[in-house]
Design a protein around this ligand. Structure first.
Ligand code: LLP
Length: 429
């Protein structure tokens, strides 16, 4: 089981607040975050870089969990922000983020999003393809501005992870292909574009990765590329993807190991050039917020199928956490008031959504559970809220931030009325 903290009575606690009390006060389902863990995760990356003589940026990948409060915490710890949509840009603006510290990824940014990015003064736009390169030059020219950019390269490194979250292979919708010469053509075009200032290259190999070798291969690919091009970049951005522990099956690698490997691959790879060592950027998302979050549910009834299994229901499910249904992702669950009680049963934790695949935990070892008990699914801080849906017209849960024994709602719970607020009656005449 993955480690949890408890209060003086041995009940599950988060950020110094008792989980079942959060459930009582704010209702369930509820996303609760330990802000101290978010801070510590960012600090760990920054400390790992600070140990080297290298210019670096740790950009929090907003997609993992994008709210105003989260962005405030990220920047308060010195992180920059990597966004992928107009909505994330506006969230950053509302959070008071210094836009010069924001980078913008994505394979099909709309004109409206590119315009918003230019008008907001985003630090870096990570250009994904030739269409976007040309379009951004036009839009920047129309505004008489020069926009800093990186070129996203498809590094052709296959990371060992679920196919849907594997992004670095050559056959990917993301980034410039190297083998066909498209990446080099883009380099030439970017250098010639009067309203674009090329800072360097970007790559991203995938997500929930535990092996350092994929990142080393990626860094080496970028090094080989800039050497082959005789192009001295100011920035090499290695993306994110550092894995976290969801269950006993996962062995997370400390940030220092990833960072040391990236830094030394780049330092060694460029040692015999007379170039200034590029700044090294990374974009971790999951590893900043994943372990910091839990989701609290109220237990409902059970369905026992003799000789087959017992379904233990909860009041949420695939609407607040699509990952098990989408990626066969595994989680651990505990009874909030007795997280360390001896487990007496293995149940299937099922959600409330009208779909057989709405299973949060296939095999959850738990002590006896009665309806009304609070169950916590652990390590749900990344890609839970950010991928939540209104499926079956269920309102989105609230989000609370907990730190030093204080809890604060940072996203209000939706109501049934909110769900119909955008609907218009149909009138056909
Ligand atoms: N940078 C880029 C360009 C990315 O595409 C991603 C994730 C990240 C950074 C952050 O990766 P992280 O450090 O969070 O692994 N919804 C999936 C994960 C999709 C990740 C997509 N890109 C999931 O729930 O597992």
């Amino acid at each position: 089981t993955i480690p949890v903290s408890t209060d003086a009575q041995g009940r599950l606690a988060i950020g110094g607040v008792t989980a079942s009390e959060l459930a009582r006060e704010f209702g369930t389902p509820l996303y609760a975050y330990d802000v101290g863990v978010i801070r510590a995760n960012i600090r760990a990356y920054r400390a790992a870089f600070a140990a080297h003589q290298v210019d670096y940026t740790v950009s929090y990948a907003a997609k993992a969990f994008a709210t105003i409060a989260m962005f405030q915490v990220a920047v308060s710890e010195g992180a920059h922000l990597d966004v992928v949509s107009g909505g994330e840009i506006v969230t950053a603006q509302r959070a008071g983020v210094n836009m010069a510290h924001v980078s913008f990824n994505g394979n099909n940014k709309s004109d409206a999003e590119l315009q918003l990015a230019l008008d907001a003064g985003l630090g870096t736009i990570i250009v994904d393809n030739r269409f976007e390169l040309n379009r951004l030059e036009e839009l920047a020219a129309a505004r008489h501005v020069v926009q800093d950019i990186l070129l996203r390269i498809a590094p052709d490194v296959s990371a060992h992870t679920h196919e849907y979250i594997m992004t670095g292979q050559a056959d990917s919708k993301f980034g410039f292909d190297v083998a066909s010469g498209q990446a080099h053509d883009a380099l030439i075009a970017a250098q010639a574009a009067p309203h674009l200032n090329l800072l360097g290259l970007h790559a991203h190999i995938g997500s929930q990765i535990f092996a350092v070798d994929g990142f080393v291969a990626e860094a080496q690919k970028l090094v080989d590329l800039v050497r082959a091009w005789d192009y001295a970049p100011q920035v090499l951005d290695l993306g994110g993807g550092f894995g976290i522990q969801y269950t006993d099956a996962d062995t997370p690698i400390p940030p220092t190991e990833f960072v040391d490997a990236l830094v030394s691959t780049i330092q060694t790879g460029l040692a015999d050039t007379n170039w200034t060592l590029p700044a090294i950027w990374i974009e971790p998302g999951r590893s900043i917020v994943g372990a910091a979050g839990i989701t609290l549910y109220t237990a409902g009834g059970t369905k026992q199928i003799p000789g087959v299994r017992t379904y233990q229901t909860v009041d949420g499910g695939m609407g607040d956490n699509i990952r098990p249904a989408l990626y066969q992702a595994e989680y651990e669950a505990v009874l909030a008031d007795r997280p360390h009680a001896a487990t007496t049963q293995v149940v299937t934790l099922a959600g409330k959504y009208c779909e057989s695949g709405d299973i949060l935990v296939e095999r959850a070892a738990l002590p006896p559970v009665v309806p009304g008990d609070i169950l916590a699914v652990l390590a749900t801080g990344a890609y839970g809220y950010s991928m939540a849906s209104h499926y079956n017209r269920n309102p989105l849960p609230a989000v609370v931030f907990c730190e030093d024994g204080q809890a604060q709602v940072v996203v209000r719970r939706e109501t049934w009325a909110d769900l119909v607020a955008f609907d218009e009656p149909y009138q056909h005449d």
